[in-house]
Each structure stands twice: as structure tokens, then as C-alpha cells.
Design a protein around this ligand. Structure first.
Ligand code: S3P
Length: 174
């Protein structure tokens, strides 16, 4: 079984995904980390020197690799994955997708300075600009995220509850 966690940058896909995989005895993979490792470069440098389109192609190629794998995987996708071409359709053919929904304010308050710096789209924005950019960008992306087979509203939930919710989706789809 393959579980794809989708949602905006900083919503917790990687940290929650890692814990879910551990408890659920599945393998955790993080798309950003795999691409960085293969390219030998940070995401911000891949964007700068190769361009976003190149990065999006690497993401899609990785999704196709997951499709070929036999293992049970919890996959933390990059926040832009659902918005590219027919990625969501393909993801839903390969496995289950869970949209972790949070508000821009919530994400802004969770993001560390390093967390902003390493994401080319958020880099250099002050607090006010960050919330304004994310609010607009999230609204544009919502129709793509909404194609996920499951949606969890994370707003009022503690991490433990979120992990339990994700695990129950995993269990019900075994
Ligand atoms: C991006 C999200 C990032 C990373 C890149 C682009 C986006 O992943 O892939 O900076 O367009 O939303 P995270 O969602 O893991 O931050």
C-alpha cells in the first residue's frame, strides 16, 4: 500500500509521515530529500540552476518509481506536487492520498527561519508578506489538494491525534 501525504509547505507532511510509518511498520520516504540526494544539491539550488520545470519532472519521475515498488510506503510529497500536470490523478491510481489542511496563519507560526529560507517560494518574505503570499497561493492550490482521496483538517488537532487519524485511514485501506 502507498500513502501519499499532500498539502502546503510546512503543514507537517514529513514529521507526521515519519511517525506514521514507524507505528504502521511501513517505509517512510520524503520526495524532497530523495531529489536533493540524487541531485547532490539543495532544492533552492535546483530551482535556481535547473529551474522549477526540471524539479517538477524529477518529482513526477519519482512518483512513477513509487508505482513500481512492492513495499508499503508512506510518502511525503513536496507541496507543489499536486499542482503539476495530472500528478493527482496518477497518485490516486497508485495509492491513497491524504490532504493535511492547515490555514496560512497556522503554517506561518510553525515555520522556523530555516524552514522559510530553504523553500525557494518563501525565501526573503517578511511575516506579513509570508501570510499574504501563502493565503493567495493556497487558495490557488486548493482545487488540486482537494483531489486527495482523504482530507484531514489539522487546525485544532494535536500531532498525536493527527497520527491516529492517518493510521486509521491506513488501516481502513489495507
Ligand atoms: C514546494 C514545496 C517544497 C519543495 C519546493 C517547492 C512547493 O516541499 O518541494 O520548495 O512548490 O510548494 P515541502 O512541501 O516539503 O516544503
Amino acid at each position: 500500500m502507498k500513502i501519499f501525504l499532500v498539502g502546503y509547505m510546512g503543514c507537517g507532511k514529513s514529521s507526521l509521515g515519519r511517525k506514521v510509518a514507524k507505528v504502521g511498520n511501513m517505509r517512510f520516504v520524503d520526495m524532497d530529500s530523495i531529489i536533493e540526494e540524487r541531485e547532490g544539491a539543495a532544492i533552492s539550488d535546483i530551482f535556481r540552476y535547473e529551474g522549477e520545470e526540471y524539479f517538477r519532472q524529477q518529482e513526477r519521475a519519482l512518483i512513477e518509481e513509487f508505482a513500481m515498488e512492492d513495499a508499503d510506503l508512506v510518502i511525503s510529497t513536496g507541496g507543489g506536487v499536486p499542482t503539476w500536470k495530472d500528478n493527482m490523478t496518477r497518485i490516486n491510481e497508485i495509492g491513497h492520498s491524504i490532504y493535511l489542511r492547515r490555514t496560512a496563519q497556522q503554517i506561518a507560526s510553525r515555520l522556523s527561519p530555516h524552514g522559510r529560507q530553504k523553500r525557494p517560494k518563501l525565501r526573503g518574505l517578511n511575516d506579513e508578506e509570508l501570510v499574504a503570499f501563502m493565503t493567495q497561493n493556497m487558495a490557488e492550490r486548493e482545487p488540486y489538494y482537494a483531489q486527495a482521496s482523504h482530507c484531514i483538517d489539522c487546525a485544532s488537532c494535536r500531532d498525536e491525534e493527527l497520527i491516529a487519524k492517518i493510521l486509521s485511514i491506513v488501516k481502513n485501506n489495507e
